[in-house]
Design a protein around this ligand. Structure first.
Ligand code: SAH
Length: 245
């Protein structure tokens, strides 16, 4: 009798401790939980104020931008700035593009699940993650090994398994996987790289900035129709240069 009472007592104490802990964590969530909630709010704000307000309309693109944790693609000391309306440094003199530019370029490609898309200039891996979130079959090339390895790691940790990352020269494209439905170039060459035009499907698109380094470039949309190239200037932009080697 005494033993039963004692064990009941212990169960009672254990239950009240668990309940108190539960209330404690509900009322005072940990640093990480708070940070995660905060990033969700910052992403939602970014979508409303930077993207919808500037006429990004694709629901799929807006959802991708609302979901992919952009802060995990920038250095830790810049996490709090990841959802600002600006590009950010990612090391080795390279940058992750401003959220609006990522959304705009993605929307122009009219991505649908299963579309085969090549990206030149992996950088942080964020643009590739947006395409992967949209269900595209992504291929991304980065010239700098350190960035390529870092992006590969983040993409794997976030389970974006539908992107292949290669370290190499983007001017050559990815001939073994060509042709692509679309190509997105996130560094600026002086001229449209010939090999990339060859690697696009009939009816496919390339979006890329073209122009001199450290100056205003033109964001162009190239479409290949009846073996002919149509070129449209979309926006003045400023990207890091597409390096020759
Ligand atoms: N899309 C990236 C940002 C790209 S910044 C993101 O979402 O973070 C441009 C990147 O292009 C840089 O990382 C730079 O190293 C890379 N780059 C420059 N010239 C290149 C080339 N010839 N081939 C492949 N990558 C190149």
């Amino acid at each position: 009798m005494i033993i039963i009472n004692k064990s009941k007592h212990i169960i009672c104490i254990a239950t009240s401790i668990s309940l108190s802990l539960l209330f404690f964590f509900v009322l005072f969530p940990g640093k990480h939980a708070l940070a995660a909630q905060n990033f969700v709010m910052l992403r939602s704000d970014m979508v409303e104020k930077q993207l919808k307000a500037r006429n990004i309309k694709s629901e799929a693109v807006l959802a991708a931008m609302r979901t992919v944790p952009r802060h995990l693609f920038v250095p830790e000391n810049l996490h709090s700035l990841a959802y600002n309306d600006s590009p950010l440094p990612i090391g080795l003199k390279q940058t992750i593009s401003q959220p609006y530019i990522v959304a705009f370029m993605t929307e122009q490609l009219e991505p649908v699940p299963g579309m085969k898309i090549l990206e030149i200039g992996t950088g942080s891996g964020y643009q590739a993650a947006i395409l992967a979130h949209l269900g595209c079959e992504g291929y991304t090339i980065e010239l700098l090994e350190e960035l390529s390895l870092r992006a590969k790691k983040v993409l794997a940790e976030l389970h974006f398994n539908n992107v292949r990352v290669r370290c190499g020269n983007g001017y050559l494209g990815w001939p073994e996987e060509a042709p692509f439905d679309a190509i997105i170039v996130t560094a600026a060459p002086d001229e449209i790289p010939e090999k990339l035009i060859e690697q696009i499907k009939e009816g496919g698109k390339i979006i890329l900035p073209v122009g001199p380094a450290n100056s205003v470039q033109s964001l162009k949309l190239i479409t290949k129709k009846n073996k002919r190239i149509h070129e449209k200037n979309l926006l003045p932009v400023r990207f890091v240069p597409m390096m020759k080697y």
